[in-house]
Design a protein around this ligand. Structure first.
Ligand SMILES: [Zn+2]
Ligand SMILES: [Zn+2]
Length: 429
């Protein structure tokens, strides 16, 4: 990947331009002048412009990932804001939200300011999500309002489920007052019973402890009920089960402040893949059954699930080389995201590529309240250029994260990011 400053005039020539806000595709060109959108459509290149041939490529908004873990501060050996930003660029992401389960956690205004200031030095836009509770202990609510003033975009104790329903209610009440969503990693801790993979015939066969689907769905149901009673925005992260999908679908029909996300790995793999004991497939919540996977795809198609996020969670090789029971939960996902979801959703499941792009661009931006009209004249260019038909094998060479814990290594993916443009820079992937 090469990252360069944009020339004064950059002309994206002969592409298919898809505007997710206007839901419109046209053939044409985009002129970027001094890093800003200057013209779109049947326009000519000015003299001396840098021309980028976009024949057979889709030009659209930069992707937005509202769920990543960049490990700074505290575990810079796994990832930093800088290395995470490079992984994001490689995946077509111009904007990401980082979870607060760092060391120490992002649980006060100073820690939020630290991320906001450090993010300015990176080549993408990074927004911190603040912790719901002090030290993510699930007891005392953080200073949400002051943290929001410093730039916290939402609140979550992600990594740790908020087990105490009373604290969940307080969190939703406070967040509702300042108009930000609460994101709870929904897994009932006693019910998941230290399970390391989905509880099924496969876990029995493999001799691994099982984490049942109801560990997630019962807490999702609890959270939905409390959110509705407090009339506050609840965003359900990394939905993995059919039962959760059904609860969310039911609530969305009567309570529109509910949103939800799904990861590429829950859409791509099933628990059968764990027969290799590949610890890179050890994630929380776990990879589920084919039945669950199909329900997640249907939920994206009918709008029950609003967006796709990576839950990019870097870990060291040493940690992931531990026996399956002991290895940490999580996989990286930024670089492989588009090729994976385009394969399972567009190539194998007949989703329109325009909807997939919406799920990666405008829909996550809407949840977090980010600007949605990215092709307006004068806007700072935030653009991703995609080859939607490229077949390629994902390898370690495609990873820019400081960690390599990806089960997508060796997988044939479909669709590839060619360029990412943001903050006056252009990354050629
Ligand atoms: Zn989580
Ligand atoms: Zn997470």
């Amino acid at each position: 990947m090469n990252i360069n400053k944009l020339s004064k005039n950059v002309f994206l020539k002969d592409g298919t331009i898809y505007d997710p806000l206007k839901k419109k595709s046209i053939k044409g060109n985009i002129l970027i002048t001094n890093g800003k959108i200057n013209g779109i459509g049947d326009i000519k290149a000015p003299n001396g412009a840098e021309i980028i041939d976009c024949t057979n490529l889709i030009i659209t908004y930069g992707f937005c990932d509202i769920h990543t873990h960049f490990r700074e501060p505290g575990r810079e050996d796994k990832e930093t804001l800088q290395t995470g930003a490079k992984a994001a660029l490689a995946g077509g992401f111009t904007r990401v939200c980082v979870m607060p389960n760092t060391i120490p956690p992002l649980d006060d205004p100073e820690s939020i300011r630290f991320i906001v200031e450090k993010a300015e030095e990176t080549p993408i836009y990074i927004h911190p999500i603040g912790a719901i509770t002090k030290d993510q202990q699930g007891k005392e609510i953080t200073e949400m309002s002051a943290m929001k003033s410093e730039g916290a975009i939402a609140f979550s104790d992600d990594g740790v489920p908020l087990q105490n329903a009373y604290v969940m209610r307080l969190a939703l009440e406070y967040a509702g007052m300042i108009d930000v969503p609460i994101i709870n990693h929904a897994e009932d801790i006693p019910l998941r019973n230290n399970g390391v993979m989905n509880e099924s015939e496969v876990s029995t066969k493999l001799g691994l402890s099982g984490n049942p689907d109801v560990a997630e769905s019962t807490m999702v149901q609890r959270d939905l009920q409390i959110a509705q009673s407090t009339n506050s925005a609840l965003h359900v992260p990394h939905v993995s089960t059919k039962k959760s999908v059904e609860s969310i679908r039911g609530y969305k029909a009567v309570f529109p402040k509910v949103t939800a996300e799904v990861t590429p790995h829950h859409l791509y793999f099933t628990d059968e893949a764990l027969t290799t004991y590949n610890t890179n497939l050890k994630v929380a919540p776990p990879i589920r059954t084919e039945n669950d996977r199909k329900a997640l795809i249907a939920a994206l198609c009918d709008g029950t699930i609003d967006c796709i996020v990576t839950d990019h969670a870097p870990h060291t090789i040493e940690e992931k080389e531990a026996p399956f029971d002991l290895a940490p939960f999580g996989m990286i996902g930024l670089e492989s995201c588009f090729g994976a979801v385009n394969k399972v959703l567009v190539k194998q499941s007949e989703m329109k590529i325009e909807l997939l792009i919406d799920l990666l661009t405008i829909k996550p931006r809407k949840i977090m309240g980010f600007e949605q009209n990215l092709f307006a004249k004068g806007s700072v260019a935030e653009i991703t250029i995609i080859d939607p038909k490229a077949s390629w094998t994902f390898t370690k060479d495609d990873i820019y994260s400081r960690s390599v814990n990806s089960p997508f290594i060796g997988e044939e993916l479909f669709g590839q990011i060619k360029y990412t443009i943001v903050k006056g820079l252009i990354a050629k992937i």
